[in-house]
Write a protein that binds this ligand. Sequence first.
Ligand code: NAP
Length: 334
Amino acid sequence: MTRPRVYLTRKLPEKPMEHLRKIFEVEMWKEMCPPPRKVLIEKIREADGLISLLTDKLDGELLHTTSTLKIIAQYAVGVDNIDLRVATDRGIYVTNTPNVLTETTADFTFALIMSIARRVVEADRYIREGKWKIGWHPTMLMGRDIHGSTLGIVGLGRIGSAVARRAKGFNMKILYFSKRRKPELEKELGVVYKDLDDLLMESDFITLHVPLTNETHHLIGERELGLMKETAFLINTSRGSVVDEKALYKALKNGDIAGAALDVWEHEPTPNDNPLLNLINVVASPHIASSSLETRTKMAEKVAENLEFFFKGKTPPDLVNKEVIKIKKPSKLI
Ligand code: NAP
């Protein structure tokens, strides 16, 4: 039996790569940057499986160019770069990597909360730029308390709940807004449901954990930022386009809110001249919330597991477009 051909759009950690090579005919894009569209089209014309990253734009037009592709195993939990409707119509399975990155992403969200509230990045720059001239001073680089403050979680899913668990340890009051109310989590975590407007008005820290969809695009815009307290901070580790960056810049510049910590951006990589980067009350990171050695390795193992299940003729554990099952059965090729 010929082995399934899998195209990989970037190098993954070595151990899971070895495993993939044992089972599949693996071809890989070797550069650090994403493969050009032309290359992607050429490769998926022959591949049975594709391992994609969130930087690979897999839109309807591109998916219509392949008749061999059977599964896209995304190396991320978010799948907003993939046209799921077209994939489903064409019988292409789409899988992601949930759970394994939840705790790592929640850790980083908390790192951002702490960095923006306690001015950690600013303090580091302050010393390095030789500004620390007068020793200890009562009002030097004063921040805001995290413990005892109110955290508003938008999207109480896996990562949102993991952030809530951390916030409990900080004795924070926790509000949440999500598509559906979660009575069990309300009981377990002591979180209180609010509609989005009330959450925005009452929270000291607002952290975003919704997927990017048509509904959540610019969920936080001028009106929503206007509802936040002048002393409040916005933290975004979800997807950049959940926030209207132009409106955010205006709100920060005018002092309508106190600060923002952003791991994700409307356009990635965000250009150097993004005006948000000129603001001292912005902490910036380049989409690294899930980037730990342990988690990035587990994500690759998940990708391999989903592919193996599929090509053994079984439903992959992390199937995103579940309706596809009615259209096509998994392919038994190994
Ligand atoms: P998840 O478990 O699916 O949680 C998402 C939550 O958002 C769900 O609770 C869902 O509500 C809620 N939601 C969806 N649409 C909504 C809407 N229109 N209004 C209000 N709430 C809505 O996903 P997750 O694993 O926590 O991941 C969340 C997102 O984080 C991913 O989609 C990804 O984009 C992002 N992420 C980023 C990084 C990074 O490196 N920065 C890493 C990992 C993930 P219900 O439960 O009520 O349906």
